[in-house]
Design a protein around this ligand. Structure first.
Ligand SMILES: [Zn+2]
Length: 249
């Protein structure tokens, strides 16, 4: 391989793969230790969502920058050496599919699903524009052990509302079939254009926004194989799905 070919390999990102560190299931019993650095995560994508050690706040990765919305509602840029227990990222190569106007959240999800036309694949959603209303939450997680369960930690969430806000709603759709490993259905985070408001989306009313979609043929699940607590955990599958549905929707 000569230098030019090597350079070409380095510069070509895989845009077909959705990368996930950790499973959503490991958050349920409280395996909230950060097991991958944000810097390592950025080798696998420039766009995504996640959370920090202890389920502390909501992460939004955009154009290679990572922002945290904390439980006080403050937005800050995250350092490369901070850690995540769970995150999804990909290299952005999405396509404009529609302009959406005046939709509530349920109608928005229906329109996105109709635009994609199948519920059996993973895809990234990016909706850029104005929103009449956005309701988000951010979890107040402990940043050091011992960690509580997902249900107990999620109960400490703060809820925020913004009216007439410009920004981007971004995240993923995962088929229900893979719930537990992933957050089934839509998992969307918001960040305002002025980076003053954001979080995990609970509700939204679209004003006028452009929808971009990126479908993935591949899903890469990266597990924290060196984490002793994860290795020893005996997951209760039924409990995992119950708690995920309660905490994430
Ligand atoms: Zn979230």
């Amino acid at each position: 391989m000569n230098f030019t070919q090597r350079e070409c390999v380095i510069l070509t990102h895989d845009t077909q793969t959705l990368y996930q560190h950790g499973t959503l299931a490991l958050l349920v019993p409280g395996l909230l230790a950060g097991t991958q650095t944000v810097g390592e995560l950025m080798h696998h994508g420039d766009t995504g969502i996640g959370t920090l050690t202890g389920l502390n706040g909501e992460l939004i990765m955009r154009a290679g920058h990572v922002y945290q919305v904390n439980a006080d509602g403050a937005v800050r840029e995250v350092d490369a050496d901070e850690r995540v227990p769970f995150a999804n990222v990909h290299f952005q190569d999405d396509h404009q599919v529609a302009t959406l106007t005046g939709l509530d959240y349920a109608a928005l999800c229906d329109q996105i699903a109709a635009a994609v036309g199948t519920q059996n694949i993973f895809y990234a959603v990016r909706l850029v524009g104005t929103f009449a209303h956005v309701q988000t939450r951010a979890v107040r997680g402990r940043t050091t052990p011992p960690f509580a369960t997902l249900a107990a930690t999620a109960a400490t969430q703060s809820i925020f509302n913004a009216e007439h806000v410009e920004g981007t709603l971004s995240g993923y759709y995962s088929p229900a079939l893979y719930g537990g490993a992933t957050s089934p259905g839509f998992h969307l985070h918001f960040l305002s254009a002025d980076r003053q408001f954001g979080g995990h989306v609970l509700d939204a009313q679209v004003g006028n926004a452009t929808l971009f979609i990126q479908e993935f043929s591949d899903f890469q699940l990266h597990l924290p194989t060196t984490d002793a607590s994860f290795r020893q955990e005996q997951f209760d599958t039924a409990q995992v799905l119950r708690d995920i549905n309660q905490a994430e929707h």
